[in-house]
Design a protein around this ligand. Structure first.
Ligand code: NAD
Ligand code: MG
Length: 286
């Protein structure tokens, strides 16, 4: 099969993906409670695991006994830090740098994870990109294709590659967004990818039910990670980030990661096709 060319990065938000190492104040990703072996001997792939929500998930999974493959685009410093923190929890960590908008890279990530750890139990599809545009005409074809490739195509490619390794009891968790439920006037393409992710989650859960593989999603509200302050939102909106939620503040990654842990572990053994909403109290349809 010939590899389709990957669209180049959009030059509108040159600081994306942002570096957590340079973010001030720093996001809170540290697990808040002692582990209880919920993921003992499991192997998880966490895309976008270098920073933000993905870092909090990788470290929490390690605290619960998992080994973690941390996939990221190009933020080496953040990824190394996450690896160190996973290892401090007693977990094994593997780094994978690559553009997951490409089917080849996705297959390579899954192959390398399996080579290193010998199994895969949990796939967290969390990598994403976001470009603000108030005017529909400002969404270039390059940006549109790229946002869908990163946010949606990667989930198909990774799931296709991972399925051969997943057995009964495995879990897939996808990151969608509150923007999918509420709409977002300035994030037309991004929120549309998140709609696709929720629909994919529901359909895949039905498709894989008889194989004993559960598929769920998490729809965060405004969370303090590099994504928004580094270009995912206009700079003048950052001081008020999260203030319009009922709780009146942004969430921290360690307030979101426990949703992923719940969906990854047997605590949620009777749940599939569902979405959890760590979003500061915004009521959404489902
Ligand atoms: P983040 O910038 O820390 O994480 C996103 C990660 O995606 C980056 O670390 C980057 O390495 C990775 N990535 C981007 N493009 C990639 C590509 N082409 N190939 C491989 N990796 C790529 O920000 P975050 O907020 O933690 O984002 C994680 C997920 O949460 C995203 O899917 C995002 O859409 C979603 N989300 C975030 C918020 C929020 O307010 N922060 C709200 C709702 C949903
Ligand atoms: Mg990052």
């Amino acid at each position: 099969m010939t590899e389709q060319p990957r669209d180049p990065p959009t030059d509108e938000e040159p600081k994306l993906p942002g570096l957590e190492a340079e973010l001030d104040p720093k996001p809170e990703w540290q697990p808040r409670f002692a582990g209880s072996d919920r993921l003992r001997d499991k192997v998880a792939v966490v895309t976008g695991g270098d920073s933000g929500i993905g870092r909090a998930v990788a470290v929490l999974f390690a605290r619960e006994g998992a080994s973690v493959a941390i996939a990221y685009l190009n933020e080496d410093e953040d990824a190394e830090r996450t690896k160190t923190e996973v290892e401090k929890e007693g977990g094994s960590a593997m780094l994978f740098r690559g553009d997951l908008g490409s089917a080849e890279q996705c297959k390579d990530l899954i192959d390398k994870t399996n080579e290193r750890f010998g199994r895969i139990d949990i796939l967290v599809n969390n990598a994403g990109e976001q470009h603000p545009d108030d005017d529909l005409d400002d969404i270039t074809e390059t940006q549109l294709r790229r946002t869908f490739q990163t946010n949606v195509f990667s989930m198909f490619f990774l799931t296709q590659a991972a399925l051969a390794h997943l057995s009964r009891g495995a879990a897939i968790i996808n990151t969608t967004s509150v923007t999918m439920y509420k709409g977002s006037a300035g994030l037309l393409d991004y929120s549309a990818t998140k709609g696709a992710i929720t629909a994919f989650t529901r359909s895949l859960s039905q498709n894989l039910a008889d194989r004993g593989i559960r598929v769920n999603a998490v729809a965060p509200g405004p969370i303090w990670t590099p994504l928004n302050p580094c270009g995912g939102k206009p700079a003048d909106e950052i001081p008020d980030f999260g203030k319009s939620t009922p709780m009146g503040r942004p969430g921290q990654p360690n307030e979101v990661a426990p949703c992923f842990l719940f969906l990854a572990s047997d605590d949620s053994s009777y749940m599939s096709g569902q979405v959890l909403h760590p979003n500061g109290g915004v009521i959404v349809a489902s």
